[in-house]
Design a protein around this ligand. Structure first.
Ligand code: NAP
Length: 525
């Protein structure tokens, strides 16, 4: 990807005769409501985060009914910069009126105090020359800038052509919005921003979950601003993040050319707590870095973005942990033996280096409580997480036993890792120093809730990898029997802490990482 430039770089001069340049913050909150009351209550609430709002008048049943409250709102909040939008149905909005009616509403919104009016490019193209000239003159008289927008609700294709269609009208702002189907679609939008921002004021966004990258990184690439929603459930476009998320979690106001970009890749990935944990750690340690969730449907897409954005590192979830191995320039020997890598670091040579921090995530909490050499440890399950536990603990000199629903899988893993497979019906007769659950049993919604029966819990310590809920039925049962316990949260934080160290070379702020993840897990859904 070409060198990015910060939006702190002076913007190109405004064309002669145009509206005076506005001082805009990087974040505009798009506000909508089913009634004027709801719209302006949300606008009022949004003011605690930003002073830059877009009013989606087209989402009101009668957009004209929003004009008087808009006038009053802007008169009461003179420091607010407002965009007025009344997009028509055929171009992705909700307004069912004519082009003439749309232009009248936008003109009135300008007279009410909106500093920017958003007109879709199709409407600009359909308007007669005289109609458009009259509209532009009315905006000029009101002191309102013209933003011309393009929306593609299905894909990201020919975005440069869309920008050229808009540029033909020489508006004050160009807005190109596409839909991301892949992560790489973000690259097309960010490149467009870099290119056009050298000569004009542009906003570029790829909608959808995959498009979050463009929403967060757009301003860093030169976009004049980006959009956010006023809150969960109040989005005006697919994939729109809330203002608080963009400001607090991704620190969109602070990102600059030097910011290193990291990702957590998987599918699904929307509920991953890694961005919260790592962004908190980056902030705490004054690292100029940000982590974004990357919804990856195909590994090739992740690799393209990693090389071209570029990403400095990636936390990899299943099933990518195995798929990524052939693409690594190198990996540590234990990662190679496990055959799964959960952490990528991009080297100075641009090549990818792989690590498995799940191993430390299992070993470190145990080491704090017991001597691993010679310890008898039972691993329940033989999937991806179990592999890291089994290989890592064998490496530390533990005697590892594996029990799995599909016994053959346990046998195969035991053979590879120099561990022992044990049938479930033998558990009650055996004693272990620790039992580690690596099955999803106990996870919210999973059945059965317990991976073993009470009489099979023959160990002094029980470690459950499941961390949602924090208090799993297995941990509750272990505690009721007076056994020591380790929660999956501790593993999650430990594996994340090692990732932080690999990426930054600094010790991780583990207590702070644990605090924010625990708080998020305890928050009612
Ligand atoms: P995986 O590769 O799909 O493996 C799942 C294992 O659990 C398999 O051995 C499977 O047995 C067994 N299993 C699945 N459903 C079962 C059931 N109903 N009863 C008994 N056994 C069952 O999954 P994974 O990636 O290893 O993840 C497993 C768990 O660990 C998940 O809950 C995950 O969230 C958690 N985890 C936590 C952390 C952390 O940081 N705390 C990190 C990684 C994973 P079969 O072979 O018979 O299918």
């Amino acid at each position: 990807m070409p060198q990015t430039h910060s939006s702190a770089v002076p913007a190109p001069p405004a064309p002669a005769g145009s509206i005076p340049r506005l001082r805009l913050s990087r974040l505009c909150v798009a506000v909508q409501g089913g009634t004027p009351g709801e719209l302006f209550a949300r606008a009022e609430a949004a003011l605690k985060d930003v002073r830059f709002l877009e009013f989606r008048l087209d989402l009101l049943p009668k957009p004209a009914a929003g004009l008087q409250p808009l006038r009053e709102f802007l008169a009461a909040h003179r420091d607010v910069t407002a965009i007025g939008t009344c997009r028509r149905k055929e171009f992705g909005g909700h307004f069912s009126g004519s082009l003439k009616a749309e232009l009248e509403i936008l003109q009135e919104a300008a007279e009410c105090g909106c500093q920017i009016a958003d007109l879709e490019v199709e409407s600009a193209e359909h308007a007669t020359k005289a109609q458009l000239a009259r509209f532009r003159e009315s905006l000029r008289v009101a002191g309102t800038a013209l933003l011309i927008s393009f929306h593609d609700f299905t894909r990201t294709k020919s975005v440069d052509q869309a920008a050229r269609r808009i540029e033909a009208f020489k508006p004050d702002f160009i807005k190109v919005v596409s839909t991301a189907r892949t992560l790489a679609d973000n690259l097309a939008v960010l490149r467009l921003i870099e290119d056009v921002s050298l000569r004009a004021q542009i906003v570029g966004i790829a909608m959808g979950e995959e498009g979050l990258v463009s929403r967060v990184l757009g301003p860093r690439c030169g976009a004049t601003f980006t959009f956010a929603s006023s809150g969960e459930g109040a989005e005006t476009a697919p994939g729109q993040a809330t203002a608080r998320t963009l400001l607090d979690l991704y620190r969109v106001e602070q990102l600059d050319q030097a910011t290193r970009i990291f990702g957590v890749a998987g599918n699904p990935i929307g509920h991953s707590l890694s961005p919260l944990m790592h962004n908190t750690a980056f902030r705490r340690e004054s690292e100029n870095a940000v982590m974004l969730p990357l919804k990856v449907k195909a590994l090739g897409d992740l690799l393209t973005v990693t090389h071209e954005l570029p990403l400095s590192g990636v936390a990899v979830t299943m099933p990518l942990k195995q798929e990524v191995l052939p693409h690594l320039a190198n990996m540590d020997p234990l990662t190679a033996r496990i055959g799964a890598c959960n952490t990528l670091r991009t080297g100075a040579d641009g090549r990818l280096y792989g690590f498995n921090t799940d191993v430390a995530g299992v070993a470190r909490p145990l080491e704090k409580r017991m001597r691993l050499k010679g310890a008898r440890i039972l691993v329940l399950g033989a999937g991806g997480a179990a592999r890291a536990a089994v290989f890592g603990l064998v490496e530390q000199g533990a005697e590892v036993f594996i029990t799995n629903r599909t016994h053959e899988t346990a046998v195969a893993l035991a053979r590879k890792a120099k561990a022992k497979a044990i049938k479930h019906d033998q558990l009650a007769k055996n004693r272990f120093d620790a039992i580690i659950n690596t099955t999803p049993c106990g996870m919210a919604g999973a059945h059965p809730v317990l991976p073993v029966k009470e009489n099979e819990l023959n160990a002094s310590l029980v470690f459950d990898m499941v961390y949602n809920p924090l208090e799993t039925p297995l941990l509750k049962l272990a505690r009721s029997k007076g056994l020591a316990t380790i929660s999956g949260l501790e593993m999650f934080v430990q594996q994340g802490a090692r990732q932080f160290e690999i990426w930054t070379g600094k010790p991780a702020p583990e207590a702070e990482m644990q605090r924010v993840v625990e708080l998020a897990l305890r928050k009612p859904a």
